[in-house]
Design a protein around this ligand. Sequence first.
Ligand code: F6R
Length: 604
Amino acid sequence: MCGIIGYTGVLPAKDILIDGLERLEYRGYDSAGIALLEDNNIILKKKTGKVAGLREAAGDIKSDSACGIGHTRWATHGGVTDINAHPHKCGQVALIHNGIIENYRELIVEYGLNEKLVSETDTEVVAALLDKLYEGDPVCAIRKAVKRLAGSFALCIMFADKPGKIYAVRNVSPMIAASCDEGSIIASDLTAVIAFSKKYFVVPEYHILTLDKNGIKVEDLKGNVVTPEILEVNWDITSAQKGGYPHYMLKEIYDQPEALRNTVTPRVKDGLPYLLDDGIPDDIFKEFQNIMVVACGTAMHAGMVGKALIEKKLRIPVTVEIASEFRYKDPIIDEKTLTIVLSQSGETIDTLEALKLAQKKGSKVLSIVNVKGSTIARESDYVLYTHAGPEIAVASTKAYTVQVAAMYILACKTGLERGIMDEASARDFMAKLMNAGEIIEETLKNANNIKLIAEEIKMAPDVFYIGRGLDYTMSLEASLKLKEISYIHAEAYAAGELKHGTIALITENVPVIAIATQEDVYSKVISNIREVKSRGAYVVLVSEDDEINDSNICDRQIKIPHLEGEFTAFATAAVLQLIAYYTSASKGLDVDKPRNLAKSVTVE
Ligand code: F6R
């Protein structure tokens, strides 16, 4: 949460910073600001609202300074105001921050900072503290300050009397850096850096960086110089652009076939699941007795799809926990449990802390992560990277389907290693999984029909999703997607559970989106649909059925391709994503940046 960027080099910094903030905007979009360092002077511009507003407001800055920092905010401490926006300037110091300083109140009292403060933020306290500790040596001041900070932080700092220099330090909150011919750049994530360099490094925690136009010095808190490991990204700037689509979300829905192929194909050898190139040994699949899946939001829903498959096919118990609950419930796991952690960003703080707790309890952690080199990836015992490319829309789509595919690979590998699946059935399963991209391509041909249905439900105050088994897990994700981008209250219900209370809410024309793709429970779901239909619901049926001309069952139909059991998940996901997308788009909402949200949730 919050996007930060710093650039120092040979080019004018203003536009580089604002362009970078636009790319980072998905991390927070309450307000934005930049600071430029010029002639021992710090020029500041900050503005509530989106980065486009800042760009306009910054039009009057004539400086061609080649050194500056920029921030796009997701508010935690203090309301959304110009004053609370970053950068914060105090005396000689200007800084930007992503994270939360937990002991900011104590610091105010201890260092008598009160009269230096004008905002309500925890961040400004760090600026004031640094200004107080600064005696001409920035690294020394930062070292002293960092030792006193409790909480998570990624900080980029400029000192008015140190032209051309940016200093940075972090704990937990993500930050990467790169140097190239045009200078040095530092940012919350790659989307802001990729235009300059495909090579980068993850800023090590509690190390102080000094950036200038010639490169980046990294030193630990004792002053020892460190050489960080250089990573290389396997996508380019075009992957982080809209590519002609009106919104990132739609582009990312259409990216799914390729994302699935990129994720699955490298994990198939001689038709069988193969994970040795990922550094995941075959033996681990034989050793555990049960699986604990831990994640948040959409990633957790992908874990639930995995659970439905693993329990059904392999008869191995799987528990799925919301990371923020797992952390505080003294979970029942030990060395016989394999913990699977799912995270697109690899930075979600609750998921990260849950991972650490699982390891502390003796469990090995295998994570399914999209962002290379992210904290969760680095902390895990094993990592299975999904190759979705950058996901910019706040609402996750392609990251979800590749997470489901990754769970399917793990399920098949476990089945094979344990002799629960023979080679022939594992080959058959992997062949079907390799076809998941085509399943989505085929399903997306329904887009126009789905668009019309979205028009019909867009003014409804409530929408219900129902399904059984796998389709119930799909409903959970569908309702989250609709809620977050269309602001319609949506609920997912196990179809058989409706009549135990919720059916009281079904009245004339209430939309119920019923998913009936699983053969073993198909007739049961149809009975549940009849129950809501007879109470006046407007029913949209998602199934493999050819046209059903029975107004006692449904008002609209969305047909998915004919698929075996668990593989319907890919088709259903695409349908449900499109329903949410078109509902939001037809309401004229900001699909990619829904209110109150941000990508990459790095606060608890
Ligand atoms: C919803 C969404 C979120 C994320 C959740 C976890 O569309 O994207 O629910 O899935 O915040 O994020 P990651 O996967 O980055 O850990």
